[in-house]
Write a protein that binds this ligand. Structure first.
Ligand code: GRF
Length: 194
């Protein structure tokens, strides 16, 4: 994917909750020379804490409940086209986008997942790491395809699981890693010929 004529890539970030990755993306990409421009925040949850960052940064937000998935995705696609969005970054977005949506959007969709994929797709990754006494965990940024957490990996960061680690401490440590990893992975993706 190219940054044509030095123009920034219009990006929508999708969230459902806390939004700490959204916050880090906003602060990272607000720089003048950044390759992307975050101009839309999508949330399926009107009470998502992360929406506060959209407000603070005066970024347009669009709330869409996924009760009727087909109809919601149709509206969402229109919103993305109207806003000339060329890249979607999922950041703690808890809904699964359909294959039809991915096909129709027809532009890259990137996700960040708190495990060393392909290990532990889906939910409760930290719980599984602790339960299985894994030595390592981490986070993965990958392209989204129709299969859950299965698209091509862009970048991954591994950390050692400490001796007295629990779900909470692991989550906190991995979040810190993610806040650096996601912007780095987006830049890597944009500079590559994926
Ligand atoms: C992150 O751990 C991310 O990897 C996962 O959901 C979490 C979202 O956290 N997909 P936040 O909302 O960005 O704080």
């Amino acid at each position: 994917m190219e940054k044509l004529n030095g123009k920034k890539i219009n990006t929508a970030v999708f969230i459902s909750g806390r939004g700490s990755n959204l916050r880090s993306l906003i602060s990272h990409f607000k720089k003048k020379r950044s390759p992307i421009y975050i101009n839309l925040i999508i949330s399926n949850n009107p009470y998502a804490k992360g929406l506060v960052y959209a407000k603070k940064s005066k970024i347009n937000q669009y709330i869409i409940n996924f009760k009727n998935k087909k109809a919601s995705e149709k509206k969402l696609l229109k919103k993305l086209v109207d806003n000339k969005i060329d890249l979607i970054c999922l950041a703690g977005f808890m809904k699964i986008l359909s294959g039809n949506f991915i096909k129709k959007f027809n532009k890259p969709i990137i996700n960040i997942h708190p495990s060393l994929l392909p290990k532990y797709k889906g939910l409760n990754t930290h719980k599984k790491v602790i339960k299985n006494r894994d030595k390592y965990s981490g986070s993965t940024v990958h392209l989204v395809n129709a299969k859950l957490d299965s698209g091509k990996i862009i970048l991954q960061k591994k950390i050692k699981v400490n001796k007295y680690e629990n779900e909470k401490t692991l989550e906190r440590r991995i979040l810190e890693v993610e806040h650096k990893l996601y912007p780095k992975a987006i830049k890597k993706f944009l500079n590559s010929s994926f």
